[in-house]
Design a protein around this ligand. Structure first.
Ligand SMILES: C[S@@+](CC[C@H](N)C(=O)[O-])C[C@H]1O[C@@H](n2cnc3c(N)ncnc32)[C@H](O)[C@@H]1O
Length: 272
């Protein structure tokens, strides 16, 4: 969980997009601050890239920045409404194309055409088979020197806490309130789940890359919102022996959210 059908229901229907996705940047001081202080430093060496593929752009929170760093860009999302929104939002930019997919297909993307594939704050909701399917296709879609940046779930690395949470959430609300009157189970277990995929881990990502003929060249395990558990991974991958394949780096960063507090303060000085 969550399944593709649940993702579609959520992002194409239930979720109201009150600020077109900018609402998720609040803890970093806004979308501009989050891009320049948290995301751009992590991808700067891959930009500019002639062709960028963004998987699951939503309403274009990162597209608005990525588009200035390429000649052409393709966005692929499971939500028809999000794709329609992006088409309207970026209507004047004829080098940007947007396609609805089924949650795992990259059929709309020509083979050997992608220099940089990016996904942030979306695939944390994708279970292992979705990540695997995207990687298998990306081996064909990437140019020889293409490189990828995926933000995905590592929640599966905490099976014990996930199981406790699952049992706890089945209890009636009145009992839950009595057991933990001051705060939720997430703060007691120091883990933020946030509708993350429970089957996905950083280790599986490395395995799927290898099986697909790709190489995971670095992983940064990060925490999110509440809790110290490293529930996400930012994984970078390319073809083996590409110019990017120079390191095999792994970082456990339990301060990702704390950095958000700093960028919020910096935003007051340096962002619009
Ligand atoms: C939380 S929103 C984030 C959107 C955008 N990345 C952002 O940061 O604002 C998640 C997006 O991922 C899309 N999505 C979820 N699962 C997907 C999948 N398997 N393939 C393509 N898009 C997916 C949803 O339709 C939605 O637009």
């Amino acid at each position: 969980m969550p399944t593709l059908a649940q993702n579609l229901k959520m992002w194409d229907g239930q979720y109201l997009w009150p600020h077109e996705g900018d609402e998720w940047s609040a803890q970093f001081g806004g979308t501009e601050a989050m891009w320049w202080f948290a995301l751009y430093p992590r991808i700067h060496r891959f930009l500019p890239a002639p062709t960028i593929l963004e998987i699951a752009p939503g309403r274009g929170r990162w597209t608005q920045f990525l588009k200035s760093h390429c000649q052409s860009m393709i966005g692929v999302d499971i939500s028809e409404k999000c794709i329609e929104y992006c088409r309207t939002r970026f209507a004047t930019e004829t080098n940007l194309k947007f396609h609805v997919n089924d949650g795992s297909s990259l059929a709309a993307v020509p083979d050997s055409s992608v220099d940089f594939v990016f996904s942030f704050d979306s695939l944390v909701h994708a279970e292992r088979e979705v990540i695997e399917a995207y990687l298998v296709q990306l081996e064909r879609k990437l140019t020889p020197n293409g490189v990828g940046f995926f933000h995905h779930s590592n929640l599966g690395a905490y099976p014990g806490r996930v199981a406790i949470m699952r049992h706890y959430r089945r209890l009636p609300l009145a009992i839950r309130r009595r057991v933990l009157p001051q705060g939720g189970i997430e703060s007691v277990l120091s883990i933020h789940t946030g509708w993350r995929a429970t089957s996905m881990t950083a280790a599986l990502f490395r395995q799927y890359c290898q099986q697909a003929g790709l190489k995971c060249i670095s992983q940064e395990l990060i925490n999110w919102t509440r809790g110290r558990c490293l529930v996400d991974s930012i994984s970078i991958f390319s073809r083996p022996n590409s110019p990017w394949d120079t390191k095999d780096a792994y970082l456990r960063n339990g301060e990702f959210v704390d950095v958000g507090r700093l960028t919020s303060r910096l935003a007051q000085l340096y962002c619009r």
